[in-house]
Design a protein around this ligand. Structure first.
Ligand code: GDP
Ligand code: GDP
Length: 446
């Protein structure tokens, strides 16, 4: 995880978008996914990481700047691998910058001081005052003019821990890979929605704690249990309460802790409260789970507080949830009461069905057939910018599970229009009954 911190208006979201948009050529067309994004998976020079603009994630956006920037710095220090501390060459060094710097000096993580809005050489000369912050690693950028971004990203990649890469999809593999024995299930959501209670209900007495080490970067509790014969590791973000820490009456939603948990899991339960339903922060986490092609189930808890009052409540709740997560129409929604133990079995069945889907393997022969039919039914449209060029797809096969990943061999990946990609995705969905999982589609020149 790479976190951008800094006081308001220094250009955090501009930098975020600069880094993001280099790769989002196709993905960004999904309605609603790029608006207000604060967290996203980015692949830069073949390295994948999660980029976070912490500026929008404070628990109290109306609060004092001093508290906001402190909270950003704390979030970044406990969760990110690299911290980009952004300042502004036009405004110069300000007291909030000093506050952040003071905080970050305690960090054991690499911090890069980024002086932004260095639009010309004159500003670079004027930016010398920032050396006074005592940060060893300083870099000048202009997010606005796209200057210095590539060099900055080179620095970032050097400071990221070595990736734990799975073997690349082998060119000739036709057989399904061996399924992982354990399902990793993360439970995330705001404070007080009932995560602990849900976890306790799930575990019952069958509880063997794997890594009860609090306060590490792995800021969640891993617990093994089994459900109907399926081995499951629960990644519980509620399990850890820091002792002695005054919460100042603010509902603390550890968004970044949730992000880490999602990243480590196959399937995420995003728990919400039936009396409040989803928040913008829930949407950020859901958006990331989508980005990273993780399995996701929206869990509406405390349903006991609702169901008897109004028979249309469930329908309204579904509509509201779908509205918040409108770019993910096929995400399952489960209604439960952790308190009364209702709906738990249904929730777990949904999870196991989703897991089965994520491990499903489509035979190459059938995929070739599907491709031929899809092309006959709906020829790839010509692309205006490339008038003499039409997309040709010669081959389709599945190259991975969890998430189900499909490789299209094409003449030129740039010719794949977003709507045509969605058409192909839907064909695969319908044919192989992928009802609830996000599929990953890759297009490579052949
Ligand atoms: P945030 O509040 O830190 O996320 O800052 P924004 O990304 O919203 O940017 C604040 C303002 O600074 C916007 O008006 C941007 O257009 C502007 N800005 C961002 N980067 C640059 C830059 O490199 N040069 C100049 N001149 N303006 C910039
Ligand atoms: P967490 O912060 O998300 O782990 O939430 P907790 O599990 O600590 O629950 C917060 C509060 O909500 C507690 O007072 C629980 O008793 C209550 N709660 C949890 N689940 C339910 C539920 O299904 N129905 C009702 N009515 N209350 C619940």
């Amino acid at each position: 995880m790479v976190a951008i911190v800094g006081r308001p208006n220094v250009g955090k979201s501009s930098l975020f978008n600069r880094i993001l948009h280099r790769r989002h050529a196709i993905v960004s067309d999904v309605a609603g996914t790029t608006r207000d994004r604060l967290i996203s998976e980015v692949t830069w020079d073949g390295v994948s990481f999660i980029l976070v603009d912490t500026g929008g994630l404070e628990s109290d956006p109306e609060g004092h700047i001093r508290e906001m920037v402190q909270e950003q710095a704390d979030m970044a220090m406990s969760n990110a691998e690299v911290i980009l501390f952004l300042t502004d060459a036009v405004e110069g060094l300000t007291p909030p910058d000093q506050v952040i710097a003071e905080r970050l000096r305690r960090s054991t993580k690499p911090v890069i001081l980024v002086v932004n809005k260095v639009d010309n050489d004159r500003r670079e000369m004027g930016a010398a005052e920032f050396y006074g912050l005592g940060m060893t690693d300083t870099h000048f950028t202009s997010a606005y003019h796209n200057h210095g971004i590539y060099d900055l990203m080179d620095k970032v990649l050097l400071r990221l821990p070595a990736p734990n890469l799975p073997p690349p999809p082998d060119g000739e593999e036709e057989a399904p890979p061996e399924a992982p024995a354990k399902l990793k299930l993360s439970i995330v959501g705001r404070t007080n929605v009932g995560k602990s209670m849900l976890v306790n209900t799930l575990l019952g007495d069958d509880r063997s704690i794997v890594s009860p080490v609090a306060g590490t970067t792995r800021d969640a509790l891993d617990t093994d249990f089994s459900y109907r014969g399926q081995e499951i590791t629960a990644i519980d973000t509620a399990g850890i309460r820091r002792p002695g820490r005054v919460e100042r009456g603010i509902e603390r939603y550890s968004v970044l802790r949730a992000v880490n948990a999602v990243e480590r899991s196959d399937i995420t339960f995003l728990v919400t409260d039936a009396t409040e339903l989803a928040t913008a922060q829930d949407a950020h986490i859901a958006g990331l789970a989508w980005d990273m092609c993780r399995g996701l189930i929206i869990v509406v808890n405390k349903w006991d507080l609702i169901q008897e009052t109004d028979r249309y409540a469930k329908r309204r709740a579904v509509a509201r949830v779908q509205d918040t997560f409108h770019f993910m129409p096929y995400v399952p929604i489960a209604f439960i009461s952790a308190l009364q133990g209702q709906g738990i079995d249904g929730l777990m069945r949904t999870a196991l069905d989703l897991w089965e889907e994520r491990l499903r393997w489509a035979p190459t022969r059938e995929l070739q057939y599907l491709l031929a039919e899809a092309l006959v039914d709906h020829n790839p449209p010509g692309v205006k910018r490339h008038r003499n060029h039409r997309l040709r797809i010669t081959r389709l096969r599945q190259v991975a599970c969890n998430p189900p990943t499909f490789l299209f061999t094409v003449n030129d990946p740039k010719l794949v229009h977003f709507s045509y990609k969605r058409y192909l995705e839907n064909r695969i969905r319908d044919t192989f009954n992928f009802g609830h999982t996000h599929l990953r589609l890759l297009f490579r020149p052949g």
